[in-house]
Design a protein around this ligand. Structure first.
Ligand code: CA
Length: 219
């Protein structure tokens, strides 16, 4: 899942990027409001973490500009503790949730996962197909009830395929979701991850549609 973070505090921004990437998200972090506002139109983001006080363009104006252009990406705003007015203004302005600073990384993860699930119309944290189950809260996968060990990127690709069950996803779409700008992408990276997923979950679980992409189908 690809997340856009707009935060001018270097400690918080770097902490979010590093921490969320360890949890399997790919993160593009901007410390300037105007640059961050524009970034939403460049990549298919699954969610946004938005600070309110920002140089270039403030968070509330960014949010308004996106919602005016009918952008529906889920937005989690960061507010100062006890700042009830900004929280209300943010929610009324089209934010989907808020977090008061200081916050824990695990709370950001939980809220982002919940926002992404709801945005995809899947309120249940367990995504399933056949005998495979992915728990999006614990980032754990089981097959026939037995835990399967997957890398963070493998889990993210499986999650993408499950959220888009019965739809073909192109290799480019998957790449855009799992690699941030400046990340080291090898040309066959997605194929390699899919190969590992098949080895661990069963050869027939992910179908290749030649020249188009990959699909998980209900049998
Ligand atoms: Ca700030």
């Amino acid at each position: 899942m690809r997340v856009l973070v707009i935060e001018d505090d270097a400690l918080i921004g770097d902490g979010l990027k590093t921490g969320l990437e360890k949890l399997g998200f790919s993160v593009d972090w901007f410390d300037d409001g105007a640059d961050g506002a524009e970034a939403l139109f460049q990549m298919p983001y699954d969610a946004v973490v938005l600070d309110l006080g920002l140089p270039g363009m403030d968070g509330m104006s960014i949010l308004k500009s996106w919602r005016d252009k009918e952008r529906t990406e889920p937005v989690l705003i960061l507010t100062a503790r006890g700042d009830v007015d900004n929280r209300i203004a943010g929610l009324n302005g089209g934010a989907d949730d808020y977090l008061a600073k200081p916050f824990s990384l695990l709370e950001v993860q939980a809220r982002l996962n919940a926002l992404i699930r709801r945005h995809n119309g899947r309120p249940n944290p367990e995504l399933k197909i056949g005998n495979i189950c992915l728990n999006t809260n614990t980032r754990s996968v089981s097959r026939n009830g037995q835990a399967v060990s997957l890398s963070p990127k493998e889990i993210t690709i499986l999650e993408l395929l499950l959220l888009n069950k019965n739809k073909v996803l192109s290799r480019e779409t998957i790449e855009d979701k799992i690699y941030a700008w400046g990340g080291d992408v090898q040309s066959n990276a997605v194929e390699v991850h899919i190969h590992h997923l098949r080895k661990k979950l069963g050869q027939d679980i992910i179908k290749t549609i030649p020249k188009i992409g990959y699909i998980l189908e209900d049998k």
